[in-house]
Design a protein. Sequence first.
Length: 378
Amino acid sequence: MTSDTTATTSPAEEQASPGRPPRSRASRIRRGVAWTAAVLVLGAAGSGWWLYSHLNGNISSVDLDRAIGTDNRPPKVAGNAQNVLVLGSDSRAGANGELDHGDVSGARSDTAMLVHIPEGRARATAVSIPRDTLISRPECKDGDGKTVPPANRVMFNSVYSVAGPACVVKTVEQLSGIRVDHFVEVDFAGFKGLVDALGGVTVTLDQPMSGAKGGLKLDAGTHRLNGTDSLKFVRTRYGYGDGSDLGRIGLQQQFMLAMLSEIKKQDAFGNPARLYKLADAGTKSLTTDSDLASLTALSDFARSMQGVDPSTMETIMLPVAYDKVDPNRVVVAQEQASLLWEALRTDQKVPAAAKDSPAKGGSGKAPKTPKASPSPTP
């Protein structure tokens, strides 16, 4: 009597190829782990590349040398110092229109600060240029490459709307004799997003802000402002001090210091998740010169500025005098301004005489940056 027998084959034998010994269970595990690790590494690399490309794609740029030309720009005097023109655009286009419904066409440089960072990167000086200053606009090329003729006695903030940011850089260089190394422009939506990514910014008022003409209404004291209210805060004019544009500059300068203090306090560069959140918000509505127009370049530049302490940063308004023809406008106070520009151009300390503006503006005190306040985790 014969009996049928069924042969059994081990899993290792099933996977073995002819002429190759079967793999052990340990070998299969090691191979699986290796493949899993490879997938994770490639996935992480892919995600990292996507994030990098995403942030890079947020940034718009302008080639200053191409737009302005290299022959008629001021020479670099202090080689290791940096001069950065920071512009705040009041464009109502896109998401900006939801934040300000004013009936204004085009865009203007609502805020303009020339920030000088001396050699050593241990301090900085920010010079605010009043938007109502009457200046001589040089001949420029607009964004389409068309020539914009020069003009005299035009308001400084009109240069942006007529000929774009490169012409603002050229105008500042003509005004100051200082080579602008970089420029950074952010609009309403970008400003709001950055403040919200920080979880707000804390300011302290010595007197109430009345909320006149649709502005922000705040009591005297300390306030934590979100992005929308922060935008109203820096644009407040009629509801604080004497209601002048010169008075508003004090609010803008102090808010800038408060925001820089918040970034430093949150140690953004030491927290990758927070850094990405800030970078994503900050680059969404950002325009820079072409040398800064990448995440790598911006990160390297920001890291080089880490030694600058907001508490020691000096804020100055460009010295101006009321125009004799139109008292609602101001003109550059040449004697004081010459001292200011020369000090920055040669990387020297700004003398007291260079800070004495004949037209001062702002009868109220500017808000203070609190010495200590809790930092919420965004």
